[in-house]
Unconditional design. Sequence first.
Length: 171
Amino acid sequence: MSEERAKKIKLLILDVDGVMTDGRIIYGDDGTEYKCFDVRDGHAMKLAGRAGLKMAIISGRGSKVTERRGKELGIELIYQNVHNKIEVYEKILKENNLKDEEVAYVGDDLIDLPVMRRVGLSASVEDALPEVKEEALLVTKNRGGRGAVREIIEYILTSQNLWEGVTKRYY
């Protein structure tokens, strides 16, 4: 069932803390914020862009690090300090002329549930809250910030018969 849903996906929306990262936030003595992103997740996001899969970030926190990482990966739709993710989700749908069934969302915490309940393909990371995993159509084998995003992208692009084409040059 989820493979049929994955075939329709045109936009992948990601939470940041706990999905693109392991959820930890590290502060230096000077107040600088540090986050760890998985390079394999990032490479898969670049491949997704090459395949034509659009991506967005919706984060409850604001961070220069998130902005920088999103831009490095070619993500144009970056929304931070969002406390009502469904409002931003509806804005994204409207501005990009998309339907619920054309969107996938990956979350890990309670704030993600309203959007997860609307999208065509909802996913959670392996270490998400139990309530979130219960609502997700897909639960990754990998933890947030440790390959979960790559796993979802591979699943979507494989379902759409695009993965082999975007990875062909490596073989």
